[in-house]
Design a protein around this ligand. Structure first.
Ligand code: GLA
Length: 366
């Protein structure tokens, strides 16, 4: 089944949103200087021009209480010039501004959240120049997912400024079944951690969700950990390649001001990004599961296939896929290595390659 009528198609997220978010690397330690330095680094490293447009401040930007009028206020010590000023600075750099709130009584870090104030807070964000709202799920007690985010969807649309709505409900109420009508992206599971175990756990939660995603409405397996130090370079390449296959929002979560060359090469790999951003918007499905070897495949707008051969195991081994398993007829097809950006041969019946532990070979089959 593909989700039919009524899915969001307002043109705000025709391909999965890309950007940077404070949370994975900086947690609650957010400030105006961090955000501005990062915005400059996004421009300077070429990330902005590669598509990373949204600069998102996650939890803990707040004062500990609303103001007398009942509005959320930024922490004046951390954000001395205020959010409207910061939004302008971000826009001046050709970037877009994202900000976090939470659907419950308090945010996950214990700051004032938006339950009962959805319309007011969406307007406040719009007046600041926010382009992207992330709405979290802490302290929601007995709230139900769909009706709660329906209120959010209406509030965001009535706020007077186009804003991407990022639903962060951790997959609690099967959000893929109702979010495509309400928001542009929705988390499919709990928070990712910077470890291989967390990466494969997150991946397993994406099996079968491909049918719910498409232009303007995307499954969100969570933000990137690439460059944060808990995984090997090979594992980070696998992480990024998998997210591209999943048509996932690509929200860098590292310190882009100080990243090394290896991290930069992963986050900026042009042909990998092109798969993520393919205009057809078809998320990959898993077509082979054979012990530690998995093959994921997605159709691309030009008629070719992106194919990822994953070795989840601890030893090197051969991974193979037949054209038939991809739903293609037999016949000579050219295989291009997407990381190396060069042709990797051709085959009449399929493709096979050696893989090292935790590696993902990513190819395009024409
Ligand atoms: C939750 C979300 C995370 C992050 C934190 C902030 O855990 O899932 O993405 O926003 O809250 O406290």
């Amino acid at each position: 089944m593909r989700v039919g009528l009524g899915v969001l198609s307002d043109g705000l997220a025709p391909t999965p949103p890309m950007g940077w978010n404070t949370w994975n690397r900086f947690g609650p330690f957010v400030s105006e200087s961090l955000v501005l330095e990062t915005a400059d680094a996004l421009v300077g490293t070429g990330m902005r021009d590669a598509g990373y447009r949204y600069v998102v401040i996650d939890d803990a930007w707040h004062e500990s209480a609303r103001d007398d009028a009942g509005d959320l206020v930024e922490n004046r010590w951390a954000f001395p010039h205020g959010m409207a000023w910061l939004a302008e600075e971000i826009h001046r750099r050709g970037l877009r501004f994202g900000l976090y709130t939470c659907a419950g009584d308090l945010t996950c870090q214990g700051y004032p959240a938006s339950r009962g104030c959805e319309a007011r807070d969406a307007k406040r964000f719009a007046s600041w120049g926010v382009d992207f709202m992330k709405v979290d799920w802490c302290n929601t007690r007995c709230l139900d997912g769909e009706p709660t985010y329906r209120i959010w969807s209406e509030s965001v649309r009535a706020a007077g400024r186009p804003m991407v709505l990022s639903i962060c409900e951790w997959g609690r109420h099967d959000p893929w079944t109702w979010s495509p009508r309400l928001g542009h992206m929705w988390r499919t599971g709990p928070d990712i951690e910077d470890s291989w175990a967390s990466l494969v756990d997150t991946l397993d939660r994406q099996v079968g969700l491909h049918e719910y995603a498409g232009p303007d409405h995307w499954n969100d397996p969570d933000m990137l950990e690439v460059g944060n130090g808990g995984m090997s370079e090979e594992e980070y390449r696998t992480h990024f390649a998998l997210w591209a296959m999943l048509a996932a929002p690509l929200m860098a979560g590292n310190d882009v001001r100080t990243m090394d060359e290896a991290t930069r090469a992963i986050l900026l790999a042009p042909e990998v990004i092109a798969i993520d951003q393919d205009p057809l918007g078809r998320q990959a499905m898993r077509v082979v599961k054979d012990g530690d070897i998995e093959v994921w495949s997605r159709e691309l707008a030009d008629g070719s296939r992106a194919v990822l051969l994953l070795n989840r195991g601890a030893s090197s081994c051969e991974a193979a896929v037949t054209w038939r398993a991809l739903g293609l007829s037999e016949g000579e097809r050219v295989v291009r290595d997407v990381w190396r950006r060069s042709d990797a041969g051709a085959g009449r019946e399929g493709y096979s390659t050696s893989t090292v532990p935790h590696a993902a070979v990513l190819v395009r089959v024409r």
